[in-house]
Design a protein around this ligand. Sequence first.
Ligand code: PMP
Length: 339
Amino acid sequence: MDFAARSLPARPKGTAMHSHPSDVSPPSHDRAPSALPEPAGGLLALVGNTPLIQLSRITAHLNPAVRVLAKAEWFNPGGSVKDRPASAILQQALESGMLGGGRVLLDSTSGNMGIAYATLGSSLGIPVCLAIPANASPERLAILRAHGVELYLTDPTEGTDGARLVAAEFAARAPAHYYFADQYSNPANWQAHFRTTGPEIVRQTQAQVTHFIAGLGTTGTMTGAGRFLRQSVPSVRLIAIQPDGPLHGLDGLKHLPSARLPEIFDPSIPDETITVDTESAYAMARRLARTEGLLVGVSAAAAADAALRVAERLESGTVVVIFPDSGLKYLGSSFWSAA
Ligand code: PMP
């Protein structure tokens, strides 16, 4: 397999590895203007304000005073929840002069963050380079290539942690060429959810939300939205979703006990963690497609599986669950056709 097929730029002697883009000083000649160059009506304005969809058929057996509401994040222009942090990271980097003048946004991704960077980056004229495990789904790689992104395929056995190391290595070797966004340590990631996802949920439920459920990847969604919800609805119960082991099919989620812990993660935020196995998530994806009309991704299905288990133990409540993306990028998987 041709991992990281492109040759690495030579690392200047004495260049230190950095873990966060704020360590990198941008060259003075490529400072971006302080205002965003995006015209009115551009894509950035369409990020967020996604609908809450009430699950009605798979919840028919629940106590009638219990609602399960899914936040349909595929309504974002790049098709996933990751448009929120990508938009925040891009805007912050442009405003601080870390991007602009042809400097390349560099990060690692399991797919959706890359697609969000690619979508919003091309609308802003920002070139994007991504390190991504070579086993990312063909649909994801095709979307990234269609947007003209420069891709470095990394060792699939090393997962997203391996891709992150490759991206850090590239950034260290050519700090003037790249802005290393590092979504795992960049506070703009969780702050995007604190500023948008959390407030939207409070507004859309008229502060009736009793349970908030989200999967953990970079942990930005849970850290940011959870932090906001805890402040504005103190009685809310925050529930994180995790795969049941290191080898799993829940694309977008990380098995944190066996992975490098994202720097932005605040372990005090979730009140509870529920594990979901891949087969249960696949079965729920089929159920949602066939009985609710919702073709969702595997991590959304895992979150729905957990949300249903939580809702089954309630007498009343409003359970809000994040559905990070649609099922369109997963159609090549064989699990859809099972009975
Ligand atoms: N589901 C999918 C499909 C994702 O792409 C991601 C992002 N990696 C997540 C869940 C987890 O979101 P977060 O990174 O905010 O924890």
